[in-house]
Design a protein around this ligand. Structure first.
Ligand code: ZN
Length: 210
């Protein structure tokens, strides 16, 4: 490692600026971006969390609290927008009859009913759904929900891409909006309509009717 050449502060100044560990003699000029050293980070919203240097610098992971807050705010907006056409909408529901593991009941981001079918809606934020393990988990969970009688709607955000198609799965891509409140509200309204249209065409296909 050569300070001023390939140290973290030089190669990744934005990540280095969030360095929060206070161990004497150890700072962003003393490690490279590939270091597995676990240090404490501080985001601009004041959240502190531990992560390896390489995960931040090379894998590009950010503050988990900010990411979660962003996702749950998005889920809330979506649930509100769905209310115009989906009946019995419930956010953040836990399902007693669908188990992911022995003691692990499945939760879904929103539940509702449409044309006599139970609908489970998942809002897949890029942060938690990107890895290969996450894709496998999403496919498996979709299968379990479908076997339990749900139509599963997955909102795949930003650059996540769609999952391979499988029975019972309806997918809608969505670019998370940035900018003004009115544009954000309009984007979620559009998303809600896109989900409704996708569900209508899915349920209209003859072999899929209830
Ligand atoms: Zn944060």
């Amino acid at each position: 490692m050569l300070a001023g050449f390939n140290d973290l502060a030089t190669t990744h100044p934005a990540v280095a600026a969030e360095w929060h560990s206070e161990d004497a003699g150890l700072g962003p000029t003393e490690v490279t971006a590939g270091s597995g050293l676990v240090v404490q980070w501080l985001c601009s919203d004041g959240h502190s969390w531990p992560a390896p240097v390489s995960r931040r610098a090379l894998a590009g992971s950010g503050c988990p609290s900010c990411t979660t807050a962003h996702t749950s705010a998005a889920e809330q907006r979506l649930v509100q927008a769905l209310d115009s056409w989906l009946t019995d909408v419930r956010p953040g529901a836990r399902l007693d009859d669908v188990r992911m593991g022995r003691n692990h009941r499945a939760t879904v981001d929103a539940l509702g009913a449409f044309q006599g079918r139970r609908v489970a809606i998942e809002y897949d934020g890029a942060f938690w759904h990107k890895s290969e393990a996450a894709v496998e988990r999403d496919i498996r969970k979709t299968r379990l929900l479908s076997e339990a009688g749900f139509v599963v709607v997955r909102v795949r955000t930003n650059d996540l891409g769609l999952l391979p198609s499988q029975p019972g799965l309806v997918q809608v891509g969505f670019k998370q909006p940035t900018g003004s409140e009115s544009r954000t509200a309009a984007a979620y309204k559009e998303l809600s309509s896109a989900i409704e249209s996708a569900l209508i065409s899915y349920l209209r296909a003859p072999h899929r009717g209830s």
